[in-house]
Design a protein around this ligand. Structure first.
Ligand SMILES: Cc1cc2nc3c(=O)[nH]c(=O)nc-3n(C[C@H](O)[C@H](O)[C@H](O)COP(=O)(O)O)c2cc1C
Ligand SMILES: CCCCC(=O)C(=O)O
Length: 356
């Protein structure tokens, strides 16, 4: 692994520089959450509350971080959460993120609201991609997106179910946040002449009437594995798996939808109790350190994903900034595994948690 530039010794060191280089309204869109942003903070605090009980005198001379997700080999149990409109943060946008994730050997979930077409992202990618879909009002368009993702080589559909409408985001409301010039949802047939707020643009496209029947429909129109993203209730996870989901991504959208929503690390054990035996369970929200990855994996998450930190790296230095952020997670995880007595991912378990 490349040496860590001393200016950036933790993922959050990228945040301050990203804030300095991004326009204020774009920074607010990335950093912000719903309401008072209590859940944004709660996601991180839930990690801080968990304490570790490292184990000694285990041979950690040879270590590997390798794992798999739905059969896809990965260099580590950390991946890129889907986030919208990467060219807001850097002109290379989604291409830079795909190249960095591929070079690191990590899973990259590409948002349907990408500012580069899903085909161009797939061409640039050297690692595995999953496609994150919101079910659109136009079901024909929704289906064609799934077919395009299949044709382009994406390996799973990640259905976002937590955004029937965009949450009440104080910062974006204050800023009347609109997409910057030249940044468009290019996967979708949306004109370039309109200039609505992001929330209005979203309301035109995304279907707020979505129910479990639609999950069944999406399941039926593709042979790709289905992951349902945006679940925190165990009963929702159970229903998703009953309807054929291969994976559940425990997420509260980084605290951007429901302020006061349970932290994802608080919700994870209950979700695992219900579906952990029959589906892969992933998590995002507040993962900032290698120790956070270790805690989530020790609890039972297969892979965890980072949202904002990837955008910080992208804003700071394009592909190499994203690569640096991803390498920090891997480097920190490698060292915390070694110091906790874990030579591989399979040996990370609940025995490492003080109060699992
Ligand atoms: C700027 C931004 C845009 C996002 N866009 C999407 C999106 O298009 N689709 C989606 O499923 N989730 C989206 N999310 C949510 C992330 O996938 C993820 O759930 C969240 O960012 C994880 O929390 P973290 O930022 O604390 O790591 C977005 C998050 C941010 C910060
Ligand atoms: C604008 C489309 C939704 C992007 C999103 O999921 C978010 O801003 O959290």
């Amino acid at each position: 692994m490349p040496a860590v530039p001393t200016r950036f010794v933790r993922a959050e060191d990228f945040a301050a520089v990203a804030q300095a280089v991004l326009p204020t309204d774009v920074w607010d869109y990335v950093a912000g959450g719903a309401g008072d942003e209590r859940t944004v903070r709660a996601n991180e605090e839930a990690f801080h509350r968990l304490t570790l009980v490292p184990r000694m005198l285990i041979d950690v001379g040879t270590r590997t971080l390798h794992t798999t997700a739905l059969g896809v080999p990965l260099a580590g149990p950390i991946g890129v959460a889907p986030t919208s409109y990467h060219t807001m943060a850097h002109p290379d946008g989604e291409l830079a993120v795909a190249r960095a994730a591929g070079a690191a050997g990590l899973l990259n979930i590409v948002s349907v609201f990408s500012s580069t077409t899903l085909e161009d992202v797939a061409k640039a990618a050297t690692g595995p991609l999953w496609f994150q879909l919101y079910c659109l009002r136009d079901r024909g368009l929704t289906r064609s997106l799934i077919e395009r993702a299949e044709a382009a080589g994406y390996r799973a559909i990640v259905l976002g179910v937590d955004l029937p409408v965009i949450g009440y985001r104080d910062r974006d409301i204050r800023n009347a946040f609109r997409l910057p010039p030249g940044v468009r949802p290019v996967n979708l047939p949306v004109g370039t002449e309109q200039d609505p707020t992001l929330a209005d643009l979203n309301a035109v496209l995304v279907d707020p009437r979505l129910t479990w029947q639609d999950v069944e429909w999406i399941r039926s129109v593709t042979d790709l594995p289905l992951v349902v993203k945006g679940i925190v209730a165990p009963s929702d996870a159970e229903r998703a798996v009953q309807l054929g989901a291969s994976g559940v991504l425990v997420s509260n959208h980084g605290g951007r939808q429901v302020d006061g929503s349970v932290a994802t690390m608080t919700a994870l054990p209950d979700v695992l109790d219900v579906v952990g035996g029959s589906a892969e369970v992933y998590l995002d929200g507040g993962v900032r350190r290698g120790t956070d990855v270790l805690k989530a994996v020790a609890t039972g998450a297969r892979v965890v994903f980072a949202g904002r930190p990837v955008l910080w790296g992208l804003a700071v230095d394009g592909e190499s900034g994203v690569r640096a952020v991803l390498d920090l997670y891997l480097r920190e995880l490698d060292l915390v595994m070694a110091t906790c007595g874990c030579p591989d991912v399979a040996s990370i378990g609940p025995h490492l948690l003080r109060n699992p």
